[in-house]
Every structure is written in C-alpha cells, then in structure tokens.
Design a protein around this ligand. Structure first.
Ligand code: GLU
Length: 588
C-alpha cells in the first residue's frame, strides 16, 4: 500500500523525491526512504517515521540523474529503519523499492539463503534485490535478471530499481500493483499514482501488466517475458489538486468544514434545472436489474448499507457485501444483478479484485468514487464521481457523506419521491448548523473513556457503525455499533456505572425500542448520550439536530458523528490526520 516515486533526467532530485513522497504518504507513512547515485555508488537514506525526518538525512544537492523513493505501509516486518525501503542486494549492486506483497517470499528466501545470501530485514521485499543479484551475476544482463526474477516472484509488485553498474537507467518490474510513468522534456518519471507527477506537465502512460524493463532519459523499454511491449497512454489531466490547510490545523477538520461545499458540488453535478440527471443507460440498467448488490470496504461499506436502504425504500431489492468477504465466495453472477462498487480512492485492492471478477464475466457495474481516472473508475462500465475535492486525512469524512448523499440521489432517480435541490439546500443548512455547534459536542467528551456502544436502528444503523469506526480510527477507543434491539441479547452485561452509550435517534421506525433500550441502560448505571433529530427529540438529549427531509437524515447524522470523532481525537492529542497503523488508500 506504499507509495513509489522515481525518475531519470534533469531535475532537482532532492526536491522531486521528497515532495513526491510527501504527496504519496496517504498510501502509508510508517517509514520512508530514498536511493540515488553519488559518483558510482548507490546511496540509501531511510527513516522510521515521516518524510520530514527523512529530509534531514538527504544532502541539500544530489548529483544524480536517477533516483527512487518509498513511503511504506508495513505488511511484513514491523516499521523500523532496517525494514524501510529501499532495500539493497548483498553486494550493493541493486537497490529497490517495492509496493505489494511477495507471497512466495519464504521459499525464495530459503533458496537464496542456501546460495549464501544474508537477509537483514524481516520484509518480503528483500528477496527482490538478492534474486536480481543472483541472476545478474550469472547472466551479466540486468534485463535477463529481471525476466528471470519476474518468472519466480509470486504475488503483487511494483518495483523501481537502481543498478550500480548502470547509472543511466531506472529499471522496473510490475505485476498486480499500479506503476505509471510521466514523459517530460526533462526526463521520465515514475510513481504508484499520478498525484506526485501531476505538476510535471508531461504525458502519462501505464506500464503494461506483468512487464519489466527500463526507463532512459527519453526512452522506455518494456518486455513481457521475451516479447517487447509498450506502455499505454493514460489520459490523466495532470491537474494538481490543492492540499492546503487554509488556516485549519488539521486536514480532517478542514475536510469536515468542506462538507456543505461537497453537498453543493453534488447538487451542481447531478441536478439540472431542478431535475436529477444521471446517464439514461445507467438508470435503465438499474431499473432492469433483479437486484442491486453493493460492494465496499470500511466507511464506504457503511455508505453501501445506506445505499441499500435508499434502494429498498424505492421498492428495489438490494444488499451490500464487504468486498473482501464477497471475494471469498463471489455470488449473484448470473447477470440479473447490477453491482455498485463504492470506493473513495478508486484504488481499494479488494474492490479491484471484485471488479476483475465482474469484468471477466462481462457483468455491467457502476463505480462510485472521488477519484477520476482511478483504477476502478477506468475499468468500470459506469462511474459516478463525488466531486468532493481532495481528501487528505486518513479518516473519510466529506467523501463518506458525499457517498451517502449520492447513493440517495441515484436511488431517488429511479422513482418515488425525488430528492430535490431544495432538499439538498436544507441539508446544507443543517450541516452548517451542526458545524457551528462544536462546543456542544465538546461538552460530551468527559463521559467517554476507553469503551462505548453506538446504538441506532433502521437507516441510522450504518451511521452508528461509521461512528464506531471513526471513534476507533481517531479516538483510539473501543466502540461497537449495535442495533438497539440487540442490547438485551448480551451486550447489556457490559453496562455498569458510568458506561457511555452514544445513541442516534432520527426516525420513527424503531424509535420506541431504542428509547426503551436507553432506559434499560440508564437503570443499570450506563450513561446514554443521545443525538436526536428535532422532531424525535426529548428534553434530556445531548445534541439535537435540525430537521431535514427524510431521505437525507442519515447524511446529517454522518456529519455530526464525523465532527464528534474529530473533537474527541483532537482532545486526546491523537494524530487525527494520520492515525497509527493506517493508510488512506488500502491498496494491498
Ligand atoms: N510488503 C512490503 C513491506 O512490507 C511493501 C508493503 C507495501 O506495499 O506497502 O515492506
């Protein structure tokens, strides 16, 4: 899930590599490193931590024409300097950065150890430079070494490689992990995604799947096995999106404040002259399908569950599956089901695998994502963009709300009462009202310790799940979401004096049962903290939301739970933008 950056040509490599890595650290940020030439030697600098720490180790000027860098999200071997990339081969002939997982690394490690290679790290990646060195020593050709290594490596990999004997080329291997190049007048640059290359202003190309080869200053050579192949043009607009904080202290804080604008962007893009506008073919594919099957991971999975309620409310059969679970047992593949894949980044590895299964069977599907030209968007039959703007903080906030709103708009385009521009304006007003009452949420903080339940019913249950996820992500507390009716089937055993329970009350269905559960919790010493919607509010409720039209109720609750999680994480001095152990885009 790490980020790779590299290039060959005339550029300030210090600035290019370090700035590029900063832009990539949403893919993983537990350690970082670079490799470049100093005379005829390969120099490696790496740290356990973020790019700012790395920059202290890299000389002000690099006299190199080629360099590679890496921002890691550890899969094998804990975050440490030794496990950080780049990794060197035994004699230092090769230095590599790797994104992905080598599934047969144990077998390869044993073979290489028998050939007297010594391993210094606990990573799967370290087999790659040693394997290259083994074949290079025997064949005298880097390309032959790459070809033979590619035959042996199993799993997924994008690898950028420096060879000490050849300071004029940047070598690569690619299978099952993204690797793009950008050709400019100054040279050729490579990255695991286009973001850090956007401002170079060159032409983008995708390196062929299963290929290996090299980049020179103005040439790209690719092979699949023994057959020459060529990179395919990648129509990326190259517009760099702003990552500025605009006076906010945290990206998460700014992105929550952006929510009203994100809703307005959906209104601008999916409503025209007061009417919903979606592709007619998409609408007829949805109407014609026997049922709608949503696939997602994390927050996007909870958005999928909101989508299920939205479609069911319009009489359409729908269900949602966690992508990684569906992969273990793919079903609904007889052509009568329409799939909707939801992913903020459009790069979620599990969803990409789901999509490959759908595409192999030519099953039409829709991708909902915030990232134009992402892997999922490019290979989808239909796609709908969120237009929420760049989201940098690891915890999804504005993109989650946008996903929930967009799925509601799409469902309402199928029939029944349509969501109108006035409805969206009312939601924007409600969002602004909630965002202006941060102090009221701060008053609730003292009730929270290390554990909580998040209770809801019906359409608010996915939002309670999202609340529990956010409290884990940025609050580092154990939070569990429950349908309120489940309380007395076991979880009530945990309730004792002072145990906090967050409850979301916003619709008629299930309200009585939820209020009854809260009484039972109170009776046993628990502390219910109720967030309710005005028309269902009671005097003792902790935070009352303004009324919004029924289909948009979950969206407004999503905003308040995002804000609450942020306020809680910040009050505990947690790194809310970059929580421990996580990465924004889950690409392994
Ligand atoms: N498997 C490699 C490691 O743990 C790369 C992980 C990644 O792609 O982030 O170092």
């Amino acid at each position: 899930m790490c980020g790779i950056i590299g290039g060959i040509g005339n550029t300030d490599f210090r600035s290019f590599l370090l700035t590029g890595l900063t832009k990539l650290d949403y893919r993983g940020y537990d350690s970082a490193g670079v490799a470049y030439f100093e005379g005829d030697k390969i120099e490696i600098r790496k740290v356990c931590g973020r790019v700012a720490a790395l920059s202290l180790l890299v000389p002000q000027t690099l006299h190199t024409k080629v360099g590679i860098g890496h921002s890691r999200w550890a899969t094998h071997g804990r975050p440490s300097v030794v496990n950080a990339h780049p990794h060197a081969s035994q004699s230092g002939m090769f230095a590599i950065v790797h994104n992905g997982v080598i599934t047969n690394f144990k077998t390869l490690q044993n073979q290489l150890k028998a050939r007297r290679f010594q391993f210094v790290s606990q990573t799967d990646s370290e087999v790659i430079p040693h394997l290259l060195e083994w074949y290079y020593t025997r064949s005298g050709s880097v390309m032959e070494a790459l070809r033979l290594a590619a035959e042996e490596l199993q799993g997924s990999y994008a690898v950028a490689i420096l060879c000490k004997d050849d300071p004029n080329h940047l070598y690569y291997l690619k299978k099952g992990a993204p690797l793009l190049i950008c050709k400019t007048q100054d040279g050729i640059f490579v990255s695991s995604d286009p973001t850090p290359l956007a401002e170079l202003g060159g032409d983008f190309y995708d390196l062929p799947e299963g290929s290996y080869g090299y980049l020179g200053e103005q040439e790209v050579v690719c092979y699949c096995g023994e057959t020459p192949t060529a990179p395919t043009p990648f129509p990326y607009s190259g517009v760099a999106q702003s990552n500025e904080l605009h006076g906010y202290r945290y990206h998460m804080e700014k992105e929550i404040a952006d929510i009203p604008y994100a809703i307005a962007a959906l209104s601008d893009n999916y409503l025209s002259n007061g009417a919903l506008c979606f592709d007619e073919n998409l609408l007829s594919a949805l109407s014609g399908a026997k049922r709608i099957h949503f696939l997602g991971c994390g927050s996007s999975f909870f958005a999928c569950q909101c989508g299920v309620s939205a479609f069911r409310a319009r009489g359409k059969e729908a269900l949602a599956s966690v992508a990684s679970e569906w992969l273990g047992f793919p079903y609904d593949l007889d052509g009568t089901t329409f799939f909707i894949l939801v992913s903020q980044s459009g790069e979620t590895a599990d969803l990409i695998r789901c999509q490959a299964i759908l595409n192999e069977k030519a099953i039409p599907h829709l991708t909902v994502t915030n990232t134009k030209m992402s892997s999922l968007e490019r290979k989808s039959t239909y796609s709908l963009l969120l237009y929420a703007g760049l989201e940098t903080a690891v915890a999804a906030t504005k993109t989650f709300v946008s996903e929930v709103v967009l799925l509601e708009l799409l469902a309402s385009a199928l029939g029944g009462a349509a969501v109108t521009e006035a409805d969206l304006n009312c939601l924007i007003e409600g969002a602004n009202a909630v965002l202006g009452r941060r102090n009221d949420l701060e008053r609730l903080l003292s009730a929270f310790g290390e554990n909580t339940f998040c209770l809801a019913t019906g359409r608010l249950l996915p939002i309670a799940r999202e609340a529990a996820l956010k409290l884990k992500e940025v609050g580092y507390l154990h939070a569990e979401a429950l349908a309120s009716g489940e309380m007395k089937h076991g979880p009530l055993a945990l309730i004792g004096e002072g145990f906090p329970v967050l409850a979301l009350v916003g619709e008629i269905c299930g309200q009585e049962g939820l209020r009854a559960s809260l009484e039972e919790i109170k009776t046993r010493g628990g502390v219910p903290l109720v967030i309710s919607m005005a028309s269902y509010a009671q005097d003792e409720d902790a935070f009352v939301l303004p009324n919004v039209p029924a289909p948009l109720v979950p969206s407004l609750f999503a905003i308040v739970v995002d804000l609450f999680a942020f306020v809680l994480g910040q009050s505990r001095n947690h790194p809310v933008d970059h929580p421990r152990n996580l990465a924004k885009s889950v690409t392994v």
